[in-house]
Design a protein around this ligand. Structure first.
Ligand code: MRU
Length: 367
């Protein structure tokens, strides 16, 4: 993606050949800053503190975190420690476990002296594969927008999205936003309704930043507006990302996704989840019962970050002082509400058979 005329990935190895550079997402949209990670602890903190976030990017950051850890201690004990440290950072996005399992399997086969080099190589491969997967998701998903555009005539296709599932959540392109970028690039008129996505406002801050930088028309809406807009016929399609999708097509994603899927079903609006296969947890068949839902801090609910008129970025309290709050970070949209799953291999019905038709090699898989 191009920001201020320069091409960026959300994560890359810096010019020194070893530090890992990431876009600091806690500073957006008011400042675009690159932050450097120097060790596995930095990578773990970047994930926990949401300097980086979004399922695919969490996985790639963890992979680079292992590489940083191998520079410091490439022994077997060092490898197990770093995998354990990074594995504890965030529970819902399965890309984290997926990336760590892959890194550990590759590195256990290497003698310690070669592990750091091999780890950077494998992390780079995971990052490149994610870019390719997201580009393919874009191509497949754009066919949906193209079809809707033919039906819409001269007006733009209106897409509703939740949270941020764009290039900032991945390495490039994004998942839910990749079809939007691909359609926009091929000249299809597309307009995005962006859910602000309380409590952290990833939609208002990150998705709006991305779409604006890319020149895609968008409007930010409050989280409660989507149902009304669907009733009025203002939404042609919902496209969201996912943090973990079960083998049966249940979609865990940012809290609030489920309510959009319910409203979409009530209004006959197609509802798609876009995700790379690294987000599918083949060991699960019941998202409601089996997906671990991250419980986040009360402060995310009680406080909101924003820029004051004098330019200072502040956090202000918005909840009655002393209130107790609950803050589940994700919810699960049952497969029956999902029109289809857009993956790097094509679009599948949200069913076990549908997913297996694209990934036949996973038949009988348990992880
Ligand atoms: O808590 P976050 O910001 O990491 O949550 C991100 C989401 O829920 C995204 O929609 C999901 O990771 C898909 S990202 C391509």
């Amino acid at each position: 993606m191009r920001i201020h005329g320069q091409s960026y990935r959300s994560i890359f190895v810096a010019g020194d050949g070893w530090t890992v550079a990431v876009v600091d997402q806690t500073r957006l949209p008011f400042a675009f800053e690159i932050r450097h990670l120097h060790g596995a602890d930095d990578a773990a903190a970047a994930i926990s503190d949401m300097i980086v976030r979004g399922a695919p990017l969490i996985g790639v950051t963890a992979a680079y975190g292992v590489a940083l850890g191998m520079r410091a201690d490439p022994t077997d004990a060092g490898l197990e420690r770093v995998v354990e440290l990074l594995g504890r950072t965030r529970p819902t996005a399965v890309n984290l476990r997926w990336a760590l399992t892959r890194m550990a399997a590759v590195l256990r086969r290497e003698p310690p002296a070669h592990r750091a080099d091999r780890a950077y190589e494998e992390a780079g491969r995971i990052a490149d594969e994610d870019v390719a997967a997201c580009a393919a998701i874009g191509r497949h998903g754009a066919t949906i927008i193209e079809r809707l555009s033919a039906a819409a005539g001269r007006r733009p296709v209106n897409v509703l999205t939740h949270c941020n599932a764009g290039w900032l959540a991945c390495v490039d392109w994004g998942t839910a936003l990749a079809p939007v970028y691909a359609a926009h690039e091929s000249g299809i008129a597309v307009h995005v309704y962006v859910d602000e996505t309380r409590p952290r406002n990833q939609g208002a801050s990150l998705t709006a930043f991305e779409l604006g930088a890319h020149g895609v028309p968008y409007e930010v809406i409050v989280d409660n507006a989507g149902g009304h807009l669907m009733q009025r016929g203002h939404i042609d399609v919902c496209i969201v990302g996912s943090d973990r999708t079960t083998a049966t097509g249940d979609v865990a994603n940012k809290i609030g996704t489920y309510l959009k899927a319910l409203a979409a079903r009530d209004n006959d609006v197609p509802f798609y989840a876009a995700l790379p296969s690294s987000t599918i947890d083949w060991s699960l068949d019941d998202g409601l019962r089996q997906v671990p839902i991250e419980q986040r801090s009360a402060r995310e609910v009680t406080h909101v970050r924003g820029r004051a008129d004098d330019g200072r970025v502040l956090e202000v309290e918005v909840v009655n002082p002393g209130s107790t709050v609950a803050n589940p970070g994700f919810d699960v949209t049952p497969a029956r509400l999902v029109t289809g799953i857009i993956t790097e291999r094509g679009i599948a019905p949200a069913t076990r058979d549908g997913l297996l038709s694209l990934y036949p090699e996973r038949a009988g898989a348990t992880a």
